[in-house]
Structures are given as C-alpha cells and as structure tokens.
Design a protein around this ligand. Structure first.
Ligand SMILES: NC(=O)c1ccc[n+]([C@@H]2O[C@H](COP(=O)([O-])OP(=O)(O)OC[C@H]3O[C@@H](n4cnc5c(N)ncnc54)[C@H](OP(=O)(O)O)[C@@H]3O)[C@@H](O)[C@H]2O)c1
Length: 284
C-alpha cells in the first residue's frame, strides 16, 4: 500500500512522514510530495520516494499521485488561495485513482466562526462531492503557534493576546502528525475533531513561561484591533496578523476548546502536556 503526504517539507508534513515510519510503514511505500525537491534531502535520506507536486501546477499533481492508494492533503499555507489549490489536488487524486484522502481541516469547521474556517469547510465539501472515501482531520490550534512569542514574553515580562480567559485545547504538531499517520494507516473514514487533552488559558501559558524561565511573566489582554496592531508592529504581515487576532478574539467564546479526547484516543496516549511543549519550544 502506497501512502502519499503533500507538503512533506513543511513542519507538519515532515512529522507525518516520521510518524508513518515510526508506526511501521515501509519508507519505500511512502511518497513525499513536495513543491521544491531541493528541500527534500532529509526525506530522501529516510528512504521515502520524493515527487514534485505544486498545488498551483495541476499538471504536476496527477503524475505525483500515480500508484498512490491513500493520500494526506496537508492544507496549503497561502490563505485566500487554498480553495483552487485544494480543488486541483482533489481532482488530480481522482484522476490518478487514489482510494482515500485525509485532509487537515480546522476544529469544527462546519460551525466555526474563525476567519480561517471557510476555506477548510469549502475543501471538506469538495471532498464530500468527490466520491473518494475521506477522513477530515479537524486539527485544533498548534501549541507552536505561540512559540514565537515565548522569548519576547520572557524578556518583557508580558505575554500579549486577545483571548481573555478563553480555553485553548491546543496540541503539538507532533501529536496532530501522529493522528494523521494513524488514520492513513487504518484508512478509517470519518470526521475527527482533534485537540489537546488539557486546555489552557493564556494566563496559564504566561504562568508556565514564568515557572520555566524563573522570571515574572504576566498575561495582558488587549482588544482584538490593538492585538492585531501589536502583531503588525512585531513584523507580521497585516492580513495574517488580522487572522491571528480574530482567532484570539473567538477563543474567548470557546471556539478552540474541546473535550472529546479524540486526539489522544487516536494516538493511543495522552497528548503532550503544556509544560513539555513549552520546555521543547524554549530549548529549540
Ligand atoms: N492548526 C493550526 O494551528 C495551524 C497553524 C498554522 C497552519 N496550519 C495549517 O496547517 C498546514 C500545515 O502546517 P505546517 O505548520 O506544516 O505549515 P508549513 O510548515 O507552512 O507547511 C506548509 C506546507 O505546504 C506546502 N505548500 C505551500 N504551498 C504549496 C503549493 N503551492 N504546492 C505544494 N505545496 C505547497 C509548503 O511547501 P514548502 O515546504 O515548499 O514551503 C509546506 O510544505 C498549513 O499549511 C496550514 O494550512 C494550521
């Protein structure tokens, strides 16, 4: 059985390839599809097949998916362009005779008011219309989304956000990657709402940073527009800063909280604790 992973040079994609191998998949039966083969030396060294596949070049996709039984479509990172990109991937998978697609969506994509949700929901609908058996890996928030602010927060003594005391059931990319590998190996269709076992607030995250750094760190809540402006000030592009601040605002209303335990059930262990995730990020 041949399993392909798109975006395999990305953060999540690399971890999915690692998790497939760790769970016993023969590297020769893994196809890592990548936009830029020059970045794929590490994948080649693992013994996996590397094929070029660019979501923006549909002609590259059918060739890349030849002989593939199960495909993980990792959502692209070009927000605003993802529906045509994912359409091209799904159409190519159909043309190549792929028998199963898993897609990395967002938590409760069908009801989520997050600005990031509509492209995921549109992709889910494309999959449902494709006739190909599919699994929706509705990933919650990555803990790593906050890692870039750990250093400045420890330095300044303040972690900024706009999430109030909203609970965030974040999990590490490695946890989500392991779930993707488990579903690819089992071929189980369905909708999986995936999130960490122990939701935390940004005040609790600040307290964890203080504990591990030995320095005082407090959480300061900002109105959504002020937080967006602060992110732009820190160097993020305006559109992306707006999406992150929008997400924080909606975290206040519980839209990234979850208590289903589906992720830990899929991976067969508790999800990585906040303490371990912070420790790993501080070491990196
Ligand atoms: N749940 C969350 O908290 C969260 C947070 C951030 C992102 N996401 C979503 O999850 C996805 C995976 O996360 P990540 O951390 O692995 O992101 P990432 O490191 O940015 O990886 C994205 C991957 O998509 C590939 N890609 C982008 N455009 C492409 C194209 N036109 N054709 C083929 N491949 C293309 C990239 O290729 P290159 O390696 O060549 O750049 C990269 O491998 C993201 O793309 C995004 O949709 C989720």
């Amino acid at each position: 059985m041949t399993i392909a992973v798109t975006g395999a040079t990305g953060h999540l994609g690399r971890l999915v390839v690692d998790a497939l191998i760790a769970r016993g998949t023969d590297p020769a039966e893994i196809v890592a599809t990548v936009r830029d083969t020059a970045k794929a030396a590490g994948l080649l060294a693992q013994g996996v097949q590397v094929r070029e596949a660019d979501y923006d070049r549909p002609e590259s996709l059918v060739t890349a998916f030849e002989g593939v039984d199960r495909l993980l479509l990792i959502s692209g990172n070009a927000v605003g362009q993802r529906v045509p990109q994912h359409t091209a991937v799904i159409e190519a998978a159909k043309a190549a005779g792929v028998g199963f697609i898993a897609y990395t969506s967002i938590l409760r994509a069908d009801t989520s008011p997050l600005g990031l949700a509509p492209e995921h929901l549109a992709t889910e609908q494309l999959l449902a219309a494709s006739g190909i058996p599919f699994a929706l890996l509705r990933n919650g928030w990555y803990v790593e989304n906050y890692a870039g602010s750990f250093g400045p927060a420890i330095e300044q003594g303040t972690l900024y956000g706009a999430a109030g005391d909203g609970r965030i059931a974040a999990a590490t990319r490695a946890d989500f990657a392991e779930a993707a590998a488990a579903v690819l190996i089992s071929g189980e269709s369905g909708i999986f709402e995936l999130a960490g076992d122990q939701p935390f607030t940004l005040s609790e995250l600040a307290a964890e940073l203080a504990k591990q750094s030995g320095k005082p760190v407090a959480y300061q809540d900002l109105p959504v527009p002020d937080y967006a402006a602060a992110l732009v000030g820190a160097g993020l592009p305006e559109g992306f800063a707006g999406l992150l601040a929008d997400t924080d605002g909606k975290i206040q209303d519980g839209h990234l909280d979850d208590s289903t335990g589906t992720l830990s059930r899929l991976i067969g262990r508790p999800t990585t604790s906040l303490a371990d995730a912070v420790a790993a990020a501080l070491k990196a």
